[in-house]
Design a protein. Sequence first.
Lengths: 419, 183
Amino acid sequence: MSALVLSSSLVLMLLLRQRIVIMLMLAAGFSYLVWGDGKLGYVVLDTWAAADQEVLLSIPLFILAGNIMSRGSIARRLISIMREAMNPIPGGLAIATVLSCAFFAAISGSSTVTLIAVGSVMYPALIDAGYSKKFALGALCAAGTLGIIVPPSIPLILYGVMTETSIADLFKAGIGPAILLTSLFVIYSMAMNWNKERAPFNFAALVDALKNGVFALFMPVVILGGIYAGWFTATESAAVAVFYAVLVELLIHRDMTLTELKETSLETATMMGSLFPLLMMALSINTFMAYEQIPAALVGWMTELVSDPVSFLLITMVLLLAVGCFMDIGSAILIISPLLMPLALSQGVDPVHFGVIMITNLEIGYLTPPLGLNLIVAMTAFKEDFWLIAKSVVPFLVLMIIGLLIVTFTPSLSLFLVK
Amino acid sequence: MEFARAFLKVVSKAERTITLLAFAIMTLVIIADVFSRKITGVGIAGAPRIGVFAMIATAFVSFGLASDARRHLRPKFADAWFPAHWDGAITRVQELLTAAFCLVFAIVAVGVVQETYELGEATRMLRIPVWPMQAIIPLVFFIASIRHSIFGLIPELRPVLDDAEGLDAIPSSVTEGAEGEKA
């Protein structure tokens, strides 16, 4: 009966267009009042405990580093290198688009930022070079999603925080699937544009582009190399990323002023203001569930229904694909990962691998209507029809589902750097 | 109405200043700590704690900034289930409900802070009392309650944005920049 009351209240809140943080507040308060000790104070205490964690420091720092780099000229410089390097290859500009997205994703950590930063330069360039609108939009939207699987990825950090999994290991595990998805996009781009006119290779122009973009290229090396070599923890690498971004944009490229840095910091803080309360409420519910042994009960119930890891992973994939259509990735991770994690463990799935599966799965949600964020962003940024964009991503969705299946059923692809 | 407008303006300005300050402290302290540890082998004592407290201050105070920028995430797929002419009324209810929840949370938080004060809880490393830091929670949610009450009662003061809700992952600076380049 109480569960029905809570569910009905949440549906009512949804109809009244309530914010997710308020809905989580209701769920946490209701849980403690009705099923717990009846003390609402625990919600506040859990919120405090959730916020009081050093590991969370990496989130605002990575977002800040990404925002600084996005505001400066890093994207333009990276694109320039990729264009010069890919010119002589069939579909070179399309491949340059995909690789620019992958590389920029390793700097920004965000899919939408990647899509806008690269798309604003490459979309007009692709159209001018004779690529179809449909292909250009599809390639940009799909390659833009690489931002959440290529480390450093905010969703991977959120998963690590919610499930107490090593963020450094998750970052290492994201590399294999990111390379796989990038390769699939590159091969498709090449195949689809085999007959497009190719520009001659210009070695001098490439060297010039490399000179201009060397600091941009070095950024992922600093972050990922530092983590992989064991020099930095995730939080340390985030701090180094901010320092490096400020150094490059303010002093070397000189493409950013102090006023712009201030605005970027404020922008990042505003993002924290929407993300962190959500994270804290989700962790409060998580604490309640753990205290009440709900995940254990869920595992018991699920093991009766699912007897092997393959069925579990297939059911999880379908569930997450459906969730990705209606929920943003941050909320989905915060709410679903603590529930699915014990089930994954009970089926013998590695927690790091499961994190990568979850993120790859939810990444597809960026491209699925009605709430695919990259579709909405592309519609706004490129001023194109929503359904044209939705149709343009279909071939890439197929590629991503193929990639997801490979990632899911080939654990070594994710774990080869971890173990 | 003018008083409410002035109140919101002052609150927003204060929130921006505090957020910026706390964010700068957090970033600088953590960077200094990491470099100190890597260069001298010894970190700055208590730096991660200061960084975490600054982060908590930033996260809570910027709750208001997110409200002002309408960046709080909400599911939008059910928006079309009601007729469009109900929008005004639903928005009022939405804001007043948010205000009510923030108020309840603030009142409960006061009790928690009082308890922490009476217990004399202090941080492990810095040995400073925890309650002044915790006090930020009721304060922020009281202000949020007032802010959303104003939005509910005087909808003209509610920030008007094109379609920011649900697109919180996109820094507006980036969007503007991209559109600017295209233009």
